[in-house]
Design a binder for this molecule. Structure first.
Ligand code: KIV
Length: 294
């Protein structure tokens, strides 16, 4: 197989990305790159490409496990996938997404579960959804020495409360609440903030107002960084593609073609052929024949 990535674009002279580094990137006006990953080979490829930060998102519930939404994802699901990503990526800042009901019930449970992401999952930080109602959890988790990324706007774990996967912050009152929540999360100790599906000008205003980096997904051009769900970017998730996604490949189609070619090869005896077989020394074979006859 030939490599599609020219060797000069593989960044090897890297240091491990830290939360401080992300803040410096914001200070210098350099865009922070973030993608989701859920397995070893994907994390390895991203790390080689030079991604700043990888999110093991609970989106894995939809794009990997095939659920309708992210609500069924458990702590054990998350830890399993975090471990695989941590084995693949050595340089990117690794963020584990706290699943539904892992931080909402009590502050104690929130801290314990956040700790599992670092102790068992090999993550460097955690992300959780919500604004002012999460102050105590954010303070307690950061108080335990665990960096927290916030997530405002379309927060998929609240899909039923929001009435579907729809853009947020479109009225003046909703925008004001979101703006205030961003400030509250910064003050509570978050090191960064995801803004999902919000008007571009609101995301811009929030990014100017707070000193921690904002990472946008469907939040326009003026966030400090951008994130996409990797299965959307690769064209690997077949069910739907959100409007804000740019597809860089059509891997679902590529996979389907490869599987069809394999089945076709089997039907027409095109695989395995001589280059795929294991040879045996003729003398050993003669001895084997003798042994089974005796
Ligand atoms: O779960 C996820 O992948 C996310 C991103 C969309 C930010 O939360």
């Amino acid at each position: 197989m030939t490599s599609a990535i020219p060797p000069q674009t593989i960044k090897t002279d890297r240091k491990k990305t830290t939360t401080h580094h992300l803040r410096n990137l914001k200070g210098r006006g350099e865009t922070i790159s973030m993608l989701t990953a859920y397995d070893y080979p994907t994390a390895l490829a991203m790390d080689k490409a030079g991604i700043d930060t990888i999110l093991v998102g609970d989106s894995l519930g939809m794009v990997v496990l095939g659920y309708e939404n992210t609500l069924p994802v458990t702590m054990d699901d998350m830890i399993h996938h975090c471990k695989a990503v941590a084995r693949g990526a050595k340089f990117a800042l690794l963020i584990g997404d706290m699943p539904f009901m892992s931080y909402q019930i009590s502050v104690e449970e929130a801290v314990r579960n956040a700790g599992r992401f670092l102790q068992e999952g090999g993550m460097d930080a955690v992300k959780l959804e919500g604004g002012r109602e999460r102050i105590e959890a954010v303070q307690a988790i950061t108080g335990a020495g665990i960096p927290v990324m916030g997530h405002l706007g379309l927060t998929p774990q609240s899909v039923h409360q929001l009435g579907g996967f729809r853009a947020q912050g479109k009225t003046a009152a909703a925008a004001k609440r979101l703006f205030d929540d961003a400030i509250i999360l910064e003050e509570a100790g978050c090191f960064s903030l995801v803004l999902e599906s919000v008007p571009e000008r609101l995301a811009q205003r929030i990014s100017q107002r707070i000193s921690i980096p904002t990472i946008g997904i469907g939040a326009g051009r003026y966030c400090d960084g951008q994130v996409l769900v990797t299965h959307d970017l690769l064209g690997l998730f077949d069910r739907f593609t959100p409007k804000f996604v740019k597809k860089y490949a059509n891997v679902h189609e590529t996979m389907q073609k490869a599987f069809t070619a394999y089945i076709d090869d089997l039907e027409h005896k095109g695989f395995p052929s001589t280059e795929h077989i294991v040879e045996m020394d003729p003398d050993e074979w003669a001895e084997f024949e003798r042994l089974i006859k005796s």
